[in-house]
Design a binder for this molecule. Structure first.
Ligand code: NAG
Ligand code: NAG
Ligand code: NAG
Ligand code: NAG
Ligand code: NAG
Ligand code: NAG
Ligand code: NAG
Ligand code: NAG
Ligand code: NAG
Length: 613
């Protein structure tokens, strides 16, 4: 559903690094994007699913070279979901908005700071490629409050998969007149498998990272007889929530949990992943196995093993409304002052003008792909240069720097009479969930936040509070009836062009090419001054858009570090000199990008550091 993006029009104060005494290492990864062997539509990253683990310490600098080995008709960009890419909005990975799409047989190198810490992932941001083109991204923080080892197999990534029709047909059908639905997924997968085995030792605590890389399904996950303690949500540390039997994850959400394995050594337990909030075939649900290392063989007949107890929709909504997660750190608390602006977004499903196609809209608008595909440079670069001619009008919401903003997302019943739940993801920011409710939002009501300490997260679930698929009273006569809302609050502290969108792949896609849309001129808050003044006046904000310019970006980041250190009156010993020289020397060669699978394997980790002492 729907492209909205926020335009933040002033510079933000550079406040990225929490500690100037950190060493900031430069890590290089190589992502090759191609079709799976013998497939003409399944997109893989480095020929595996999920793609390789990208792992960094907080504030390391990630250099990720992405090469498109797909056929000529397929372009792409990669979004690093959870990374705020502060100071580098052109590294956000949204085609035509923050960069031009990567053409077949071309590369693009992303350079950004690994910030914030926590459990994140990356995925293609083109069409439905992300059904299979995704991988984990973990940013470690040495100051983490736990001292517990992670499971050796790494994070668990959940995804959904369709056997047919193939992805290209699905993409075509979704935008066609008449509209043809992509269908429900054939399977859910854990780490690309239907029978994933997670091996652990008995009588030990583990940290387990859960990443919901699905493109449609909201899922619940549980492990039989292993209650979870949730410690991190979308990368934010929370007041630990203990004794959780099953966790709901909607597309784009991440959790880190602690589990305690039992004492007995004969452990085989079932893990289960199942779909919620959609009419789904039960056979799509996915069973994995938690195996204690003391067990050498997994029984072929698992019918005597019990499944974990998974919450149903009512439990899930009750939990979300009455028992919200709370923030761990005081400096993460939501400001309570009155906001500078409240933006109300009315989300609907609408027919195209021919009455046959189907689109998802916000306030009757969506970002028209046809207005984008002829662009020769990304809109963000236009904004930097003060060019506004190409900016689509009524899908851009302007926000001034450091404004406190509330955004209300209103859910309505779709054309088939079903109210769906929608996971909304905001790029470039984390937000607090201020409050949520059923039916229609009332702006006149003085609302208190649902909790004193809401957490900062980047992906929320807008629930169906009525007319969901499981209620008996759904009929197409309910079309457009309001069915739940949620209010999020954010501080505008990261200038750029940022998407706020439903993370369901097909919904995003169906908000992407709304030919019936009329662009009116109700742009709000158009600055009277050229936007470029503020960007170009700052030497450190010159935009770099293509691979050959990552070196300038790199240098800029280092300069900013140095400035920060100077402000803090910290002595600077090495200021990235070696790093910059190395990069300059290798500008034209591929030697720079050698694709380390883990920071440990990176020979530059010690030498090429961007170090402030
Ligand atoms: C791909 O196709 C070739 C030739 O048709 C076949 O030999 C091979 O087993 C196939 N590979 C896979 C992974 O299906
Ligand atoms: C990516 O493709 C390039 C060029 O074909 C190759 O040299 C490199 O080894 C590949 N990297 C990975 C991680 O697959
Ligand atoms: C973390 O746990 C390990 C193993 O239990 C222990 O050796 C180490 O000292 C602990 N570290 C801290 C910082 O508590
Ligand atoms: C946009 O949608 C129309 C159908 O509504 C389709 O014919 C056209 O190919 C689509 N264009 C793009 C660029 O996706
Ligand atoms: C969308 O358009 C319809 C028909 O023109 C109008 O009735 C409705 O008020 C509009 N909705 C919003 C949220 O602007
Ligand atoms: C969206 O439409 C609603 C209802 O017409 C209106 O109150 C609201 O101001 C609109 N939002 C924006 C951002 O234009
Ligand atoms: C984009 O370019 C094509 C081909 O030149 C043209 O037919 C189409 O009208 C253009 N679209 C827009 C919105 O300018
Ligand atoms: C629809 O049915 C549900 C029970 O399934 C009920 O709680 C709700 O009030 C009904 N809504 C309307 C508008 O009738
Ligand atoms: C926040 C900030 O730096 N604003 C500046 C943007 O540019 C104009 C014109 O150059 C200045 O007047 C503002 O102070």
């Amino acid at each position: 559903m729907i492209y909205i993006f926020l335009r933040l029009i002033f510079l933000s104060i550079f406040s990225l690094i929490n500690s100037v005494s950190n060493n900031n290492y430069r890590l290089v990864y190589n992502l090759n994007v191609s079709y799976a062997q013998n497939s003409s539509s399944i997109v893989l990253i480095n020929n595996q699913i999920p793609g390789p683990l990208i792992e960094a310490e907080l504030n390391d600098i990630l250099i990720i070279r992405v090469t498109n080995y797909l056929p000529a008709s397929e372009k792409l960009s990669i979004h690093f979901h959870g990374m705020l890419v502060q100071q580098t909005p052109h590294m956000d990975g949204v085609s035509y908005i923050t960069q031009m799409p990567i053409e077949s047989q071309h590369s693009f190198t992303y350079v950004f700071r690994a910030y914030p810490s926590g459990t994140h992932f990356y995925h293609s941001h083109a069409g439905l490629q992300s059904v299979t083109a995704f991988g984990p991204l973990i940013v470690h923080d040495r100051r983490k409050p736990w001292n517990i080892s992670e499971v050796s197999s790494g994070p668990l990534l959940f995804s959904d998969l369709w056997f047919e029709p193939d992805r290209l047909t699905q993409e075509y059908n979704l935008l066609a007149s008449p509209f043809i639905w992509q269908g429900e997924p054939t399977y859910l997968l854990i780490n690309g498998k239907r029978d994933f085995v997670l091996t652990v030792d008995p009588n030990k605590k583990y940290l387990l990272r859960l990443i919901c890389a699905t493109t449609l399904s909201t899922v619940v996950f549980g492990i039989d007889k292993h209650p979870m303690t949730i410690v991190e949500v979308d990368g934010t540390l929370i007041k630990p929530k203990e004794n959780i039997q099953s966790i709901e994850l909607s597309s784009g959400q991440r959790y880190a949990v602690i589990i305690q394995t039992n004492k007995q050594s004969n452990g085989i337990y079932l893990m289960q992943l199942a779909i919620r909030w959609r009419t789904s075939i039960n056979s799509a649900s996915c069973t994995g196995i938690l195996r204690y290392s003391t067990i050498s063989e997994i029984p072929t007949d698992l019918s005597s093993f019990s499944f974990p107890l998974l919450s149903n929709e009512e439990d899930i909504r009750l939990f979300s409304f009455t028992d919200p997660y709370e923030t761990l750190f005081e400096n993460n608390q939501m400001p309570r002052r009155s906001v500078d602006k409240e933006i109300f977004m009315y989300s609907t499903q609408s027919r195209t003008s021919d009455g046959l196609g189907m689109r998802w809209m916000i306030n009757n608008s969506s970002l028209d792909k046809l207005h984008l595909i002829n662009l020769t440079q990304p809109l963000l670069l236009d904004v930097y240069n003060g060019i506004e001619d190409n900016l689509p009008t009524n899908v851009i919401y302007s926000i001034k720097q450091n404004q406190l903003i509330d955004i209300v997302l209103q859910n309505t019943v779709a054309a088939n009479g079903v109210c769906e739940t929608h996971p909304f993801h905001l790029h470039g920011h984390k937000f607090w969930i201020h409050s949520q409710g059923s039916g229609m939002y009332n702006p006149l009501e003085k609302l208190n936040p649902d909790t004193n300490n809401p957490i900062l997260r980047d992906t929320l679930t807008l629930y169906a509070t009525s007319y969901s698929y499981l209620t008996p009273n759904r009929t197409s006569t309910n079309y457009l009836k309001p069915c739940g809302w949620i209010k999020l609050r954010l501080i505008a502290n990261n200038p750029g062009l940022w998407l706020l969108h439903c993370h369901i792949g097909s919904h995003l896609f169906m908000g992407n090419n709304n030919t019936g849309n009329q662009f009116s001129t109700n742009r709000e808050n158009v600055p009277s001054r050229r936007i470029s003044d503020n960007f170009s006046s700052s030497r450190s904000y010159a935009p770099e858009y293509h691979a050959q310019n990552v070196y300038a970006t790199q240098r800029r980041i280092c300069e900013q570090l140095r400035e920060e250190a100077r402000r803090e009156r910290t002595k600077v010993s090495i200021v990235c000199k070696d790093l910059v020289r190395y990069i300059t020397d290798h500008q034209s060669s591929d030697a720079l990008v050698t694709g380390f699978q883990s920071p440990k394997d990176n020979p530059f980790r010690d030498k090429q550091q961007c170090s402030l002492l």
